[in-house]
Design a protein around this ligand. Structure first.
Ligand code: SIN
Length: 487
């Protein structure tokens, strides 16, 4: 990729905090550098938000909440529809920016822009379907009216792994429902969110509805907002430990909370499965986003009759994937987000190998610049290997065999997480039995990808609660009011 083109895209990014429709240098004037994880070189500096910026952003959101809630749903929907079109028009710029700051290969970055834009289209259609109920009181006298209203100003905390789509998945329903918001993007990847804010403004979003405060000190921005009783809701995507802390903070003013937290997805392949499809889909379930996804397959439980063949075919596929900077032609595996994440992945592999696992491919860092780790397949995993319990968030596939369906389901459910599971079988009765027994919020049945703006995304157990996307996504931003009507 041409350096001049990279520079051109970086120059498109507004580098301030977006407050009340204006781009401002942060209150302290401080800035921070955003790093390219493929080269470890700085890309550009942006405003480092402070408590004063956070409060100014909430002030701006609160100032327009009433007017925004009263804006006709059709108008809110049309703004989202224009934003959908703009994101698609500007897909090349957004994708390159995302690749530069996050590392994912450019083709995946483009796929994320499409995925992210679809949340705007979906919620543009949902904005006009907010409804309620009218019923006769069971006792006969009087009527019961149920209406839905926007919850009010929201804090949206977005992660670094899908900088656009995890933003649009929260911003879209908040706009559709009539809520105003303050967004705190991840420190590693603020650039895509800043450009997204600019595009929303171009799409006609009124000033103050969306405010964005980048920062290196998350608690400086989120702390004052949790302390402020004008804030009504927090939506967070990130790790379970951080989610727990935020829930504690949210308890102070009993905030509405949506939590999309960690995962540890089991990928079950039964003896009757179509093995070609199971391997093809495993590549997607494991390698999408360099494995840095909460829905990435974390552990492969494969029936003993096909486990060796599955593992060697998966190793052959992952072993030939091209690793490199996401901007380069043909690259399929970019760097991990930072040194901490790369070291964690290496430690999990070393732990498994130390406990007897065999490396079929990979198992090492790549290069001396950038946070690269080779696509890795391990077999012969000990029951106490840490990567069976922890979220790997990297390109590592541990394969473990099972002999009975009960054993497979028990292994799949042996986790504090319950986000998603993948099941490969051609036996309909087995499929239904297993799907019903799995303790998760989502299942990919003979598919390695479940993400879809028209479907409810979310987990159970310590993967969190609340749903994003689908029919339920907008409900997270609506409060129910019941009216007892005396006739
Ligand atoms: C995530 O990893 O947080 C979400 C991935 C997705 O929406 O597909």
């Amino acid at each position: 990729m041409d350096k001049a083109r990279e520079q051109q895209v970086l120059e498109l990014v507004p580098t301030g905090a977006f407050v009340g429709g204006e781009w401002r240098a942060g209150a302290s004037g401080a800035t921070f550098e955003v790093e390219d994880p493929a080269t470890q070189e700085p890309l550009i500096s942006v405003a480092d938000g402070t408590p004063a910026d956070a409060t100014a952003a909430l002030d701006a959101a609160c100032a327009v909440q009433e007017e925004w809630a009263a804006t006709p749903p059709r108008e809110r929907g049309e703004i989202l529809r224009r934003a959908f079109a703009l994101l698609n028009e500007r897909a090349d710029d957004l994708a390159l920016l995302m690749t530069l700051e996050m590392g994912k290969p450019i083709a995946e970055a483009k796929a994320e822009v499409t995925y992210g834009a679809e949340f705007f289209r979906w919620f543009s259609e949902e904005a006009v379907r907010i409804d309620g109920r009218w019923s006769v009181n069971p006792a006969g006298a009087g009527r019961l009216l149920t209406m839905k209203q926007p919850v009010g100003p929201c804090l949206l905390i977005t992660p670094w792994n899908f900088p656009i789509a995890m933003g649009t998945r929260k911003i879209g329903p908040a706009i559709a429902a009539g809520c105003t918001m303050v967004v705190k993007p991840a420190q590693q990847t603020p650039l895509s969110m800043l450009l997204l804010a600019e595009l929303l403004s171009q799409a006609g979003l009124p000033d103050g509805v969306l405010n964005v405060v980048p920062t290196t000190k998350a608690s400086d921005v989120t702390g004052p907002l949790f302390d402020d009783d004008r804030l009504r809701k927090v939506s967070f995507t990130g790790s379970t430990p951080v989610g727990r802390q935020l829930m504690e903070l949210a308890s102070k003013h009993v905030l509405r909370v949506s939590m999309e937290l960690g995962g540890n997805a089991p990928y079950l392949v039964f003896g009757d499965a179509d093995l070609d499809a199971a391997v093809d889909q495993a590549v997607i379930a494991k390698m999408r986003n360099i494995g840095e996804s909460c829905v990435a397959a974390n552990r492969f439980h494969v029936h003993e009759s096909v486990a060796d063949e599955f593992a060697s075919r998966l190793a052959e596929r992952l072993g030939r994937m091209k690793v490199g900077r996401g901007t380069e032609d043909g690259v399929e595996v970019g760097p991990l987000i930072d040194g901490k994440q790369r070291d964690k992945v290496a430690e999990l592999v070393d732990d498994a190998v130390g406990k007897g696992a065999k490396v079929l491919t990979g198992g090492e860092r790549v290069g001396d610049r950038g946070y690269f780790y080779a696509p890795t397949v391990l077999s012969g995993i000990a029951d106490d290997a840490d990567l069976l319990r922890e979220e790997i968030f990297g390109p590592v596939a541990p394969v473990k065999s099972f002999s009975t369906d009960d054993e497979a389901v028990a292994a799949a459910n042996d986790s504090e997480f319950g986000l998603v599971a993948y099941v490969f079988t051609n036996d309909l009765k087995r499929a239904i039995r297993v799907v019903e027994a799995l303790d998760v919020g989502m299942v990919g049945l003979n598919r390695g990808l479940v993400s879809n703006p028209a479907a409810e995304f979310g987990g159970v157990k310590q993967s969190g609660f609340g749903r994003e996307g689908g029919r339920e996504g907008i409900e997270e931003y609506l409060a129910t009011k019941y009216v007892a009507v005396d006739l």
